[in-house]
Write a protein that binds this ligand. Structure first.
Ligand code: AMP
Ligand code: ZN
Ligand code: FE
Ligand code: FE
Length: 277
């Protein structure tokens, strides 16, 4: 069977709905050979799942998706093949956790001011103890009947610049790249097509990234080719994955985008190296 490795998915450690174990099982059932779990701003999944994946025979390499702000715009950076026990990575995740908590309370305040009160518990019920994100708030709003869909929550309240939007503390792109690379990993621009402002894209392409996400579940062929060409010109790694979130985004199946054996093996090599640093 063809080698496929999905390099972008989320578990209950952030805003996905499957546990790390369940995602490993699903990957194997779908015939995937490799996986990287890329939770938002946390590597908690790796505390439990590395041994499990090994037992079950799924190749797993470390991953994370860090949230950054660049000139006020949200940018996601994927990190791969770093040492998940690196103390600076751990400290950075903790700082993000604090940012998310502060932002969470600020959003609750704004929602209350717009006559959409939610208690802390109502949101935490949606979060499975992982990092708190806007999707959990959107789910609680949905349960309360404040909105008709998750999309609506983002479009009217939680999305960038909307009534109840709180950017939270800004994490710089350059710092994030450095932290990933210092932990032995590679830093990759996530879903570059979502960066709608071309001058931002231009600036990012000048930075010290190692790669970009050139395969993505919701790409058309033209978008895919465009980004693959950009990466080739820069001699960057081209990664790919589905951005699977489970039941909260049922239209995005695990394994709907992937990298081949060659790309996975080169990242795997790097991952093995990062473990002995
Ligand atoms: P946060 O990490 O708290 O900033 O929330 C961002 C996450 O919310 C993204 O990674 C997506 O998973 C999700 N998200 C963003 N926009 C939307 C949307 N329009 N509908 C549903 N989910 C969204
Ligand atoms: Zn997400
Ligand atoms: Fe993202
Ligand atoms: Fe993602």
């Amino acid at each position: 069977m063809e080698f496929r490795a999905d390099m972008h998915c989320h578990t209950t450690c952030s805003d996905g709905t499957l546990t790390p174990y369940e995602i490993v099982d699903l990957a194997l059932n779908l015939g995937l050979s490799g996986l990287s779990i890329t939770d938002h701003d946390t590597v908690e999944a790796y505390e439990s799942v590395i041994e499990y994946a090994k037992e079950k025979g799924l190749e797993l390499i470390s991953g994370v998706e860090f949230s950054c702000l660049y000139r006020g715009k949200s940018i996601h950076i994927l990190g791969y093949a770093f040492n998940t026990k690196n103390k600076d990575i751990k400290a950075y995740c903790l700082k993000h956790k604090e940012r998310r908590e502060k932002r969470f309370y600020a959003i609750l305040e704004l929602l209350a001011r717009h006559d959409l009160p939610l208690t802390e518990e109502e949101v935490l019920q949606e979060s499975h103890d992982g990092t708190i994100g806007r999707p959990h708030i959107a789910l609680a709003m949905l349960k309360k009947g404040y909105i008709g869909s998750m999309e609506e929550a983002f479009k009217n309240y939680l999305g960038a610049g909307k009534k109840c939007f709180v950017p939270g503390e800004a994490f710089p792109v350059e710092e994030t790249i450095r932290i990933i690379q210092n932990a032995g990993g590679v830093a990759v621009i996530a879903h570059p097509h979502l960066i709608k402002d071309s001058s931002t894209t231009k600036e990012l392409l000048k930075m010290n990234f190692d790669g970009l996400e050139g395969y993505y579940s919701r790409f058309d062929k033209e978008t895919n080719l465009r980004w693959v060409n950009v990466a080739k010109q820069k001699n960057w790694i081209i990664t790919g994955g589905s951005d699977f979130h489970g039941a909260v985004k049922p239209h995005i199946p695990l394994g709907s985008s992937w990298v081949n054996k060659e790309t996975f093996e080169s990242l795997k090599h790097r991952y093995v190296q990062s473990q002995i640093r």
